[in-house]
Design a protein around this ligand. Structure first.
Ligand code: UGA
Length: 457
């Protein structure tokens, strides 16, 4: 399995140390639940993944993985074969058969920006009805600060004296690299008020502890806060570099040189400093929004997080202005090609993708929109059925006035733009991800804009 080397091998060895083997159920088979369940089985635990969605479970039982996630297929297949991993819609049975119950259900944003914890409470209710022995209930879902304690009280009030402990164990998995991130964590965070639960969770993650991965134990509220604090910080870092890239465009500075100068300062670091079309996905926008509301509920004005969201919205507006300006402020009878619909490469997820904001803004003008994405076409088609969905980037680029690269898929970097521009001399190009060779693009003399006047080769 590529990219998963030394530690992966030792984890593999560890997986044979059955002393660590725990009976685990994971409720919710979204991308967090599924990756968590599969990777815990890979570590040697006995795992049942449960979900109320018959379709999803039927697919999983038939060996079909419903999400695009590198390495997940291999890990699921091998662990189902070795009977370490099973899928079911029978949630009560999965709970009764396990000693540790992970909850990984969605907490989507409500219209007012707060998180909807209905599914979490529903699972808590089912758990309280099926506490047949001492269990650890471990919440993975991202939840408003203070919710773990409320869930503890909720289950306690309904559980007829059966002992249990509650843990909040935030996930730090990036979509597209979730298996890698699970197996190579920077740290494991365990929030709980119970020493027994701490020890039991140390057994769950024994392979990592043996590999000297920091195992941080905190109280519940601090663990809940760590999750939001990390996501809002990373989102702010991206919003900040996007602000600076716009400044570079206005001042004539070069964002790649500025990035270099920044990242060489170890306090800043090199990750999450790439400008793009604005951050998207199911986590940063939602978690920043939720955190602002959580702050408000404690009467704390989280000004930086508010500015981060405002900056991200402004940045997407700026991309739209660039598109309109590239088309000489006249969209009639024009064709624009969007390369990339997923909110980032490596996933088919289009939730809060900048492509959505751009399409929504351009569609009413009557402009023809051709699109191509190697993974996310089906998901985008559910939102915008009438766009021209092309079967390749080349097809999408034919007879187009302007192409906008929105997602950093490697295959877009490989496109032979010399030939494409020779064929379509009037084609204009906006590279929001700075993936194209900027010297070559500029040398071709075509209309070419990237983020922050970057020099890329
Ligand atoms: C994010 C966090 O990175 C994970 O640690 C966290 O566990 C996850 O949210 C979650 O809360 O579940 P994810 O949303 O999958 O993961 O994606 P990222 O790779 O973090 O990217 C988020 C957005 O930032 C994307 O739109 C991406 O294109 C953008 N981005 C990222 C940039 O524009 N520039 C960068 O340098 C990095």
């Amino acid at each position: 399995m590529k990219h998963l080397s030394p530690i992966f091998a030792s984890i593999l060895l560890c997986s044979f140390y059955t002393i660590y083997c725990q009976k685990i159920s994971v409720i919710g088979t979204g991308y967090v639940g599924l990756v968590t369940g599969a990777c815990l089985a890979y570590l040697g635990h006995e795992v049942i993944c449960a979900d109320i969605d018959d379709n999803k479970i039927n697919l999983l039982q038939a060996g079909v993985i419903p999400i695009v996630e590198e390495h997940l297929n291999t890990i699921i297949t091998s662990n189902v074969e070795s009977k370490k991993l099973a899928f079911t819609t029978n949630i009560p049975d999965a709970i009764q058969k396990s000693d540790i119950v992970f909850i990984a259900v969605g907490t989507p944003t409500k219209d007012d920006g707060t998180s909807d914890t209905t599914a979490l409470y529903k699972v808590a209710e089912i758990i309280s009805e099926n506490l047949n022995n001492y269990k650890i209930i471990c919440i993975k879902s991202t939840i408003p600060i203070g919710t773990s304690k409320k869930i503890f009280d909720y289950i306690k009030a309904r559980s007829k004296n059966t002992q249990f402990d509650l843990v909040f164990n935030p996930e730090f998995l990036r979509e597209g690299q979730a298996v890698h991130d699970f197996l190579y964590p920077n740290r494991i965070v365990i929030g709980t008020e119970s020493l027994i639960a701490q020890e039991k969770m140390a057994l769950v993650y024994a392979s990592f502890i043996e590999n000297n991965i920091p195992f941080l134990t905190t109280d519940l509220v601090s663990a809940e806060t760590i999750k939001y604090a990390c996501n809002a910080f990373l989102a702010t870092k991206i919003a900040y570099i996007n602000d600076i890239s716009r400044l570079c465009e206005a001042s004539g500075a070069c964002i790649s040189m500025v990035q270099q100068g920044m990242m060489l300062d170890e306090r800043i670091g090199k990750s999450f400093l790439n400008p793009g079309p604005g951050f998207g996905g199911s986590c940063f926008p939602k978690d920043c929004e939720a955190l602002i509301h959580i702050g408000d509920s404690f009467d704390v004005d989280l000004k930086i997080v508010k500015s981060c969201l405002a900056s991200n919205a402004l940045h997407k507006e700026t991309i739209i202005k660039k598109i309109i300006s590239a088309l000489d402020d006249d969209l009639e009878n024009k064709t624009v090609t969007l390369l990339g619909l997923a909110f980032k490469a490596g996933t088919d997820d289009v939730r809060c993708s900048p492509a959505i904001t751009i399409i929504e803004k351009l569609l009413p003008s009557g402009i023809k929109i051709k699109v191509y994405d190697p993974a996310a076409m089906n998901n985008m088609q559910k939102i915008f059925p009438t766009l021209e969905y092309c079967s390749s980037a080349h097809e999408a680029l034919e007879n187009s006035d302007l192409t906008v690269i929105l997602t950093e898929w490697p295959e877009f970097k490989e496109l032979a733009f010399e030939k494409i521009v020779t064929k379509n001399k009037s084609l204009k190009i906006i590279d929001t991800r700075n993936i194209l060779d900027s010297r070559m693009m500029r040398a071709m003399g075509c209309y070419y804009l990237n983020a922050g006047n970057a020099i890329v080769n």
